[in-house]
Design a protein around this ligand. Structure first.
Ligand SMILES: [Zn+2]
Length: 558
């Protein structure tokens, strides 16, 4: 094995193939330490040597490396750019590594005269290699072809384009242009919402789409086999381009549409949920294309609208024939694996009262007071629906199937008894549970309340199911797709990602239930910061996601 500072790419490939990944675990530890200190690797990772040498994080990084021999050259996603950045630090780094390399310094591996530190490396290699698979030459070639800088630049460009649910057209046009530039076959079309709404499986929609065009977008690469294709296997990457409203800017420290890059994090609405996953997948496909990896089948990327309010984008893509054999939905999972997602059904309920002057309020019936009774029975319903959950993944959550009231509106004058109250919320759908039966149970619960309440009996609650209607969906925990992505992460990081269940609805269920093929949620970013002010994603996590997608795609076809 050689470390060749003047030709980082060569060194990278060889290092990766033998020992780099083994000590990745140590690299992770080092990074975690830095993160705990609030330190940033931004300068180093941004490929800016000047910043790398002056940034306080660099100092701490070097201190950390002092304790962990060789970690620096073991980082698996070092690219030509990173190594170039590190070149400025070479003298110090080499001093820390306690050896003096020449152009072809042998560290370990194929040398006939093992260097001093081989023993350490071999020992660690044995410790970890029982479950870490070596990357093939094809894989390392594709990983090296990943253009991390362009990926991050393109992601930031996309984050600057506002694409709140219902107003995604500009972003879709921009991305279609970008996909064409990268060499994908692009299908861009206007979604006919009215005809979709007539479909019996219409997944629901909350926003008004009468003023803005709804656009579908799918990019595909047909693969190159070097000969006749023997397979028409198709792997789909799916990501939604719509984002939730950014809310009050005063609650943000960063510009929600500025895509600011600070200390290794990109801030902005949609950075985590989920433009980062979408772009990581796109650049993963590009890396495979650029590396000339033969794929016996095709890779597809679906950029979908309207996920946040039901999933019409994925629904429309499937109806248009953009189906496949498996789908990776790049939702923020912290690169853990989510093969099971609960459903969520949005409801709107109108509570009637009777208006009267406040001074004679007993003459009226307050819709707010009636609502308080409704609220109580709904909380009780939530409790019942969450007791004794046996599902192996969802059962681990504190509240797998929440029933949430998200919006309440009532009254029109402070001195009038409120004559009407409208509330909206969502109720979770359990794994394996039919959404119709959940709607029925909800309606039944409110009907039973009315039996004991004369007013409600004569003035029934009006219940509507007009918003997002997410069924639950899952594939087995030990499904091939889960194992495939798990192994990819293990090989890249030395750590096995967790397998989890999600208490929220997603497009996964459309692939599994409607498309009839497996799907998995797997992407960068932490859902805990989604939909929040100062939503962010870690740059390194985005890059790691792209690397994992590259491996997953290659292995899917080989
Ligand atoms: Zn999302």
């Amino acid at each position: 094995m050689y470390v060749e500072w003047d030709d980082p790419a060569t060194g990278l490939v060889r290092l990766l193939s033998i020992t780099l990944r083994v000590l990745t675990r140590l690299q992770c530890v080092a990074r975690r330490q830095l993160a705990q200190e609030g330190a940033a690797l931004a300068g180093l990772y941004a490929g800016n040597p000047k910043r790398a040498t002056t940034h306080p994080a660099t100092e701490r990084l070097l201190e950390t490396f002092q304790e962990i021999t060789l970690t620096l050259v073991i980082e698996p996603h070092q690219t030509r750019r990173h190594l170039t950045a590190l070149t400025a630090l070479k003298p110090r780094v080499l001093a820390l590594l306690e050896f003096t390399p020449t152009m072809d310094t042998k560290l370990c591996g194929d040398s006939s005269e093992p260097p001093e530190n081989e023993q350490t490396v071999s020992h660690q290699l044995r410790k970890v290699s029982s479950y870490v698979m070596a990357l093939t030459e094809i894989e390392t070639g594709a990983l090296a072809a990943l253009d991390e800088q362009k990926l991050i630049e393109a992601l930031r460009d996309l984050l600057c384009i506002q694409s709140v649910t219902g107003q995604e057209a500009t972003a879709q046009h921009w991305l279609s242009h970008h996909m064409r530039q990268l060499g994908l076959d692009v299908d861009l079309w206007t979604i006919d919402i009215a005809s979709l709404q007539k479909h019996p499986w219409f997944p629901g929609m909350e926003v008004d789409r009468s003023k803005h065009e709804a656009i579908g977008l799918v990019g595909a690469w047909q693969g190159t086999t070097g000969g006749d294709r023997s397979s028409d296997k198709r792997l789909i990457f799916n990501g939604h381009i719509d984002v939730v409203p950014e809310g009050d800017h005063a609650n943000w420290q960063h510009d929600p549409w500025g895509a600011e890059l600070v200390d290794g994090r990109i801030y902005g609405r949609g950075s985590c949920d989920m433009k980062s996953g979408l772009m990581a997948a796109l650049y993963a496909i590009k890396a495979i294309m650029d590396a000339g990896i033969p794929i016996d089948g095709s890779l597809m990327i679906q950029s979908v609208i309207g996920e946040e309010d039901g999933g019409i984008g994925t629904f429309a893509s499937l109806l248009r024939g953009h189906t496949g054999d498996a789908a990776i939905v790049c939702e923020p999972t912290r690169l853990n694996l989510i093969p099971a997602q609960a459903g969520a059904l949005t409801f709107t309920v109108r509570v009637h009262g009777k208006s009267a002057h406040a001074c004679v309020r007993l003459e009226g019936v307050s819709a707010i007071e009636k609502y308080l009774d409704v609220h109580k029975v709904l909380i009780q319903l939530e409790r019942e629906r969450n007791s004794e959950i046996e599902h192996p993944l969802l059962g681990k959550l504190a509240l797998p199937y929440p029933l949430n009231i998200g919006r309440v509106q009532a009254g029109n004058w402070s001195s009038s008894v409120p004559e009407e109250l409208v509330f909206e919320g969502r109720i979770g759908v359990a794994m394996g549970e039919d959404s119709d039966s959940v709607r029925h149970q909800f309606e039944q619960t409110l009907k039973e309340l009315a039996v004991a309440d004369r007013w409600l009996c004569n003035h029934p609650l009006e219940i509507g199911w007009s918003g997002g209607q997410f069924d639950s969906g899952e594939i087995p925990m030990d499904h091939y797709l889960v194992k495939l992505c798990q192994q990819c992460m293990l090989d890249l990081t030395g750590d096995k990602p967790e397998i989890e269940g999600a208490p929220y609805g997603s497009d996964l269920r459309l692939f599994v239930n409607m498309g009839g093929f497996p799907a998995l949620l797997f992407g960068p970013g932490d859902v805990k910061v989604a939909h929040m002010p100062d939503e962010f994603v870690d740059v390194q996590e985005v890059i790691l996601a792209a690397r994992a997608y590259i491996l997953a795609a290659i292995r899917y076809f080989h």
